[in-house]
Design a protein around this ligand. Structure first.
Ligand code: F3S
Length: 368
């Protein structure tokens, strides 16, 4: 309660409001370490229990495939302990960054979500209302069932303040991700309204939101057909801006050791697409192909998962390449279609990155 009241005071909230769900980050032992684990232990000792539907972000490995992921016994125990502590609080161990594939938030519902890509998606695509919480504040909201009413919970703070005109016809998922990275850096906390975006899919919007939230602090975006809004500041994004952003998101070159798809975690339609693409191919012996998703989606995609795994790929749950210990697996170069991963992995995982569309990633992973 003290965390929530302090946040409310800082940001000018007038009261606490009930939330429909919480989504908590800070689960992978690789990213949080020991002190936050002790904090979770203290909450469990005092019988802390969640008051609303609560889910958690990915951990450092697929809990059913620990053996394959090069994890020492000690690290395994530490990760399982964190998951267990959340379970004791009543949190659903979804271990995914796309909780909206488990249960779609209702338009206008108030949430306290901590995964930045999911926050942008929930606000922009589902029209739910959530601030970009930190792990501790999302957990506090899960335990209290409420959040302070500032920021994205107020209609007047959700208005767009900059018109972003797009010239090129964006098609590939990497174009949307790169657009997000470019605009996120420019705007920081601004709220963009994109004009000129046509033919987009939910996958494209997921990449756009993840990119915006990686390089900036944007929590919501809008899309409109009209190109004139006289009341707003305008910026125009040209083909060259996107081309440069895409080039800069690659720090290395092919061949990769690991091809990683599924950041943010894959939807059923993405897994289906990958299965179609790979069904007559074979993954090379010297490359790993990871497709990361939630257990929920993996279970409903069994037919496609079987095709991908028969070709030599792995459809992993509960984790992703960014929060896993890649160095333990000897990975030096990671290839991905995710702008968010390409943006973080060089510093977070200390690997080289190659940023390319899904089809090119699969081709790089497979024998000719
Ligand atoms: Fe999800 Fe990992 Fe990307 S948590 S958003 S797949 S960096």
């Amino acid at each position: 309660m003290r965390i929530l009241v302090k946040l409310g005071d800082l940001y000018g909230a007038t009261r606490l409001i009930p939330i429909e769900s919480a989504h908590i980050s800070g689960v992978s032992y690789k990213t949080i370490g020991d002190a936050p684990t002790e904090f979770l232990e203290e909450i469990v000792k005092t019988q802390g229990k969640t008051k609303v539907r609560s889910t958690v972000n990915p951990s450092a490995f697929d809990v059913d495939r620990v053996e394959e992921m090069g994890i020492s016994k000690e690290l395994r125990q530490k990760q399982f302990k964190i998951i267990d502590l959340y379970k004791k609080m009543g949190v659903t161990p979804a271990l995914t960054c796309t909780p909206y594939y488990l249960e779609k938030p209702k338009p206008g519902s108030h949430l306290a979500w901590a995964e930045s890509s999911a926050v942008v998606y929930a606000n922009s695509v589902w029209r739910a209302w959530t601030n970009r919480e930190g792990g501790p504040s999302a957990l506090a909201s899960a335990l209290i069932g409420k959040t302070p009413n500032y920021g994205m919970h107020r209609p007047d703070e959700r208005n767009p303040n900059i018109l972003v005109k797009i010239k090129p016809g964006l098609k590939r998922e990497i174009d949307f991700g790169a657009l997000g990275i470019y605009v996120g850096k420019l705007l920081k906390e601004g709220i963009p309204i994109f004009s000129g975006l046509t033919g987009y899919t939910k996958t494209g919007l997921k990449q756009l939101g993840a990119g915006l939230a990686s390089s900036g602090m944007t929590s919501i975006f809008y899309i409109r057909e009209e190109t004139e809004r006289k009341d707003l500041e305008k910026i125009t994004i040209g083909e060259k801006d996107l081309r440069n952003t895409i080039e800069n998101l690659s720090t290395g070159s092919e061949p990769p050791d690991l091809v990683f798809l599924g950041c943010p975690h894959s939807s059923l339609s993405e897994i289906k697409w990958i299965a179609e693409e790979i069904k007559h191919k074979k993954v090379r012996n010297d490359v790993r192909l990871w497709i990361c998703t939630s257990r929920h989606v993996r279970n409903s995609a069994k037919r496609y998962v079987d095709i991908i795994e028969a070709a030599g790929g792995k459809v992993l749950c509960d984790t992703c390449a960014v929060v896993a210990w890649l160095k333990n697996l000897g990975v030096e170069t990671l290839m991905t279609n995710s702008a968010k991963t390409a943006y973080y992995a060089p510093t977070f995982n200390r690997v080289e990155t190659v940023f390319a569309p899904m089809k090119k990633c699969i081709d790089a992973a497979c024998e000719l």
